[in-house]
Design a protein around this ligand. Structure first.
Ligand code: NAD
Ligand code: LMR
Length: 325
């Protein structure tokens, strides 16, 4: 039995993400939770003739039954940006939503993998971890900030200017966090492709602000939903392949707590408790955090800038939970 719960399942990301997860033969039960409309979305998806059972759960009273027995909980609940907003501007509304969902997970499915999509990821992941610490059920290997969209965008944008780079066959390492200057693509480590300094500058900026491109184009109707659903499904599938099927050698970028085994080297070099990095996935979640090494001088400088911003984002998330009465 592999039960996957989507919290925020009726939303712009939640619906296409649930559709993509309904294709997975690794999932036996897809539980869709939202504060609105999840019953209808579940009824619709349940007519698809793939193996998993689909259930819908609406409102706080139905949250425990949605979460009980969960193997994995994916959280795209919360408000998206409008033009002119930063992801940090979402903290005021989304911090409380994520904290409440995390409290319910800590109580009803403390051993589930928790995949946080809700922004600002740089702060919402520390919120989830602090809630789990408070409840004495914290396992740093099992909580992830989903930064896969930055990796997906990187490979698309690189392919656009270097057609010989095959986006499906090559992944690009993106480290740091998930907002503007905290997103640091490591373009110097792409094999068999060379860039001019100008190309590196333009690509880096486009990857860092790819989210803004979509927010601007949607003109007030939200942020990336379809590409995020794709990225969220990809990360969830990789985690299930590693944890359910025992597939080895699966590496994805994710924003993780660096108390995880193998992460000490990075903790030492950045001084941060949370950082997005390439993570090798295994049966228990994070098996190994791959070390940051051989960065170009420009990438070192970008990491330095990211660290300053991340420090503030992390501390804001941690304090939101630890300073609460
Ligand atoms: P949306 O408004 O379309 O959907 C959000 C859904 O969350 C809605 O259905 C809403 O009812 C639900 N919701 C609100 N409060 C809830 C609660 N307490 N419990 C359960 N569900 C609740 O927004 P969206 O476009 O799907 O974006 C969702 C979040 O994902 C935003 O915060 C956005 O910034 C973020 N996002 C992250 C990434 C990433 O790369 N990590 C990418 C895109 C968007
Ligand atoms: C993205 O990168 O597309 C998301 O984080 C949504 C946003 O606000 O840009």
């Amino acid at each position: 039995m592999v039960k996957v719960v989507v919290c925020g399942a009726a939303g712009g990301i939640g619906q296409p993400l649930s559709l993509l997860l309904k294709y997975s033969d690794l999932i036996t039960h897809l539980a869709l939770y939202d504060i609105v409309n999840a019953i209808g979305v579940a009824a619709d998806l349940s007519h698809i003739n793939t193996a998993s059972k689909v259930t819908g759960h609406v409102g706080k009273d139905m949250l425990p039954e949605a979460l009980r027995g969960a193997h994995t909980v994916v959280i795209p609940a919360g408000v998206p940006r409008k033009p002119g907003m930063t992801r940090d501007d979402l903290f005021r509304v989304n911090a409380g939503i994520v904290r409440d969902l995390a409290e319910a997970c800590a109580e009803h499915c403390p051993k589930a993998f928790i995949l946080v999509i809700s922004n600002p990821v740089n702060s919402t992941v520390p919120i989830v971890c602090e809630v789990f610490k408070k409840a004495n059920v914290f396992n740093p290997r099992r909580i992830f900030g989903v930064t896969t969209l930055d990796v997906v965008r990187s490979s698309t944008f690189v392919h656009e200017i270097k057609p010989q780079f095959e986006p499906h066959l090559n992944r690009i390492t993106v480290v740091g966090g998930h907002s503007g200057a905290t997103i640091v693509p490591i373009l110097s480590q792409i094999k068999n492709v060379s860039f001019t300094p100008e190309e590196i500058k333009t690509l880096t900026h486009r990857i860092q602000y790819g989210g803004d491109e979509v927010v601007k184009a949607k003109n007030g109707a939200g942020s990336a939903t379809l590409s995020m659903a794709y990225a969220g499904a990809r990360f969830t599938t990789s985690l299930l392949e590693a944890s359910v099927r025992g597939k080895r050698g699966l590496v994805e970028s994710a924003y993780v707590y660096l108390g995880s085994p193998g992460a000490e080297r990075n903790l030492h070099s950045t001084g941060l408790e949370y950082f997005a990095q390439d993570v090798e996935l295994g049966p228990e979640g994070v098996m190994n955090v791959l070390a940051l090494s051989d960065l170009s001088a420009e990438e070192e400088a970008l990491v330095k800038t990211a660290i300053g911003e991340l420090k503030a984002n992390i501390s804001k998330g941690v304090k939101f939970v630890t300073s609460a009465p």
